[in-house]
Ligand binder design. Structure first.
Ligand SMILES: C[C@@H](C(=O)O)C(=O)SCCNC(=O)CCNC(=O)[C@H](O)C(C)(C)COP(=O)(O)OP(=O)(O)OC[C@H]1O[C@@H](n2cnc3c(N)ncnc32)[C@H](O)[C@@H]1OP(=O)(O)O
Ligand SMILES: [Co+2]
Length: 134
């Protein structure tokens, strides 16, 4: 069901400022930025080996990213696990009584299909399931 760690989602206050650190100081190159309006975020992906960092800036006050930063401060907000059939994964988890935030896949950056599992069901980590062709 789980293929790999697709990305680590990092909540930042200012995407440009964060990119300055990751690109210029750490020297990891971003592949581009995208606004995902349904999630109220602007994101940049930075490939690292076989996975990626996803820097996320909230685009509205009620964005999950800004709410997270308010409560917990900037930093790792979610991990994303790659699955090969997201509908089947969601059905499987639901049948096991796992609390899903999204019962149906939504649009994710780069055209992925994504859905979130509630941190209350995972022991405290927000988990994104993610299906993409690559
Ligand atoms: C673009 C896309 C992509 O990759 O393609 C993305 O990644 S978009 C990434 C941004 N989008 C998302 O995150 C969408 C999914 N997230 C959500 O629906 C929300 O953020 C929730 C996870 C449901 C949290 O909602 P809300 O902020 O209203 O929280 P709440 O006050 O009800 O909090 C419920 C409990 O969860 C905890 N909690 C909240 N956010 C958390 C997080 N990121 N990781 C771990 N725990 C978290 C709170 O501290 C609280 O715990 P206590 O009760 O113990 O105090
Ligand atoms: Co993500």
């Amino acid at each position: 069901m789980i293929d790999k760690l697709d990305h680590i989602g990092i909540a930042v206050k200012d995407l440009q400022e964060a990119l300055d650190f990751y690109e210029n100081q750490l020297q990891i190159e971003a592949t581009g930025t995208e606004e995902v309006s349904e999630q109220k975020v602007k994101v940049a992906f930075l490939p690292v080996g076989d996975t990626k960092l996803e820097l996320l800036e909230g685009t509205t006050e009620d964005s999950p990213i800004n709410k997270f930063i308010e409560k917990k401060g900037a930093g790792v907000q979610h991990i994303a696990l790659r699955v090969d059939d997201i509908e089947q994964s969601l059905e499987d988890l639901k049948s096991k009584g796992v609390k899903l935030i999204d019962e149906k896949p939504r649009y994710g950056a780069g055209g992925a299909k994504i859905a979130f599992v509630h941190p209350k069901s995972t022991g405290g980590t927000l988990i994104e399931l993610c299906e993409r062709e690559e």
